[in-house]
Design a protein around this ligand. Structure first.
Ligand code: SF4
Length: 330
């Protein structure tokens, strides 16, 4: 029997994902802070997006609406059924890894979540999906390092696979557990957070990098099952890791690996001075990677800022209400 946890705080935006390529993808993001049975709080996100065909239909509607001068509502029930729901869930109560750009590092690590708590967390988010909607994917990328809670996370991944829900694990690259998940052929997609093209910069941003240098991570990624979808995530931080020299260094690092580099804009947090890269610089960076034969994707992230979209932001606000001031516009 699953439990639906009480929602301590919820923030929702409905609108468009503005990507650095200026393309627009309609969707909604709802961030929830849930109270576990022992009183601890965890956060999870429900993301609803439309695929390209529905996007085309919406664009057509917008043209017709402009010509007619009135709103069209006839497509709404059809569109609601077409929304793809994903959830991004936490795997630990707090995180011990202290990544410098992350709001999860602002509040202390408490403990791993149990397998039962993970299932309840997913059920709590599913309870928010409007009737007719279906959860398609669970992304283990909220607060916590999923591979540091491997036994519980891997069991839940297998249970999701059994009911036809895809899983995606986002890790900083904890090498022994990467080796284990590859050996076990865990049915999941994988995102590895790179965020820097060399160990000196990476360990400044992510102290855990001292234990797991990039060369080790690359070595183990070469042994991944051929059918596992792998992405290297790269947070674009203005004037810190976003120069064309960094792009060239990153391209040499991942050359020959069967992965895509996903560039992500940064959701600012008050306590840190990091700023998101200029959109034009993100495009230049992407072009520099592509010119060296690297596949590049862009993660829609602007929509996340109004909902404290960076991992741990809303939970940190709930735990410490003084974090409610607005961010300065830059
Ligand atoms: S980015 Fe992930 S691993 Fe790093 S501190 Fe935040 S939650 Fe932990």
């Amino acid at each position: 029997m699953t439990t639906v946890y009480p929602v301590l705080e919820r923030v929702r935006t409905i609108g468009s994902f503005d990507t650095p390529e200026q393309s627009v993808c309609p969707g909604s993001v709802e961030k929830l802070v849930l109270r576990l049975d022992d009183g601890n709080a965890v956060e999870a996100i429900l993301i609803g997006t439309f695929g390209p065909r529905v996007k085309k239909a919406l664009e057509l509607d917008a043209v017709v609406e402009r010509r007619l001068g009135q709103r069209l509502s006839r497509r709404l029930p059809y569109l609601q059924r077409k929304i793809r729901y994903e959830t991004c869930v936490s795997t630990q109560v707090g995180c011990a890894l202290d990544c410098q750009f992350c709001a999860s590092s602002l509040v202390p690590f408490v403990r791993n979540m149990t397998e039962e708590e993970l299932l309840n967390e997913i059920a709590s988010v599913e309870a928010e999906i409007p009737s007719g909607g279906q959860l398609k994917k669970v992304i283990f990328a909220g607060v916590g390092e999923p591979l540091m809670n491997y036994d519980a996370v891997s069991t839940v991944v297998r249970r999701l696979a059994a009911r036809g829900v895809r899983a995606r694990i986002n890790t900083v690259g904890v090498v022994p557990y990467l080796e284990r998940m590859f050996a076990e052929r865990l049915p999941t997609e994988l995102i590895v957070s790179f965020h820097a093209p060399n160990d000196a910069l990476r360990t400044e941003l992510m102290p855990v990098g001292k234990g797991y240098p990039l060369a080790e991570i690359i070595r183990v990624l070469r042994t991944a099952p051929k059918d596992m979808l792998i992405e290297a995530k790269y947070l674009m931080l203005r004037e810190l890791n976003d120069t064309l020299e960094h792009a060239a260094e990153l391209a040499s690092l991942v050359a020959g690996l069967p992965l895509m580099v996903t560039l992500q804009l940064y959701n600012r947090i008050e306590e840190r001075s990091y700023r998101p890269s200029e959109p034009a610089q993100v495009l230049r960076f992407a072009d520099a990677l592509r010119a060296r034969g690297i596949r590049v994707g862009m993660l829609n992230s602007n929509i996340g800022e109004p909902v404290s979209g960076g991992c741990g932001q809303l939970r940190a606000r709930v735990i410490n209400p003084s974090r409610r001031s607005r961010l300065p516009v830059v």
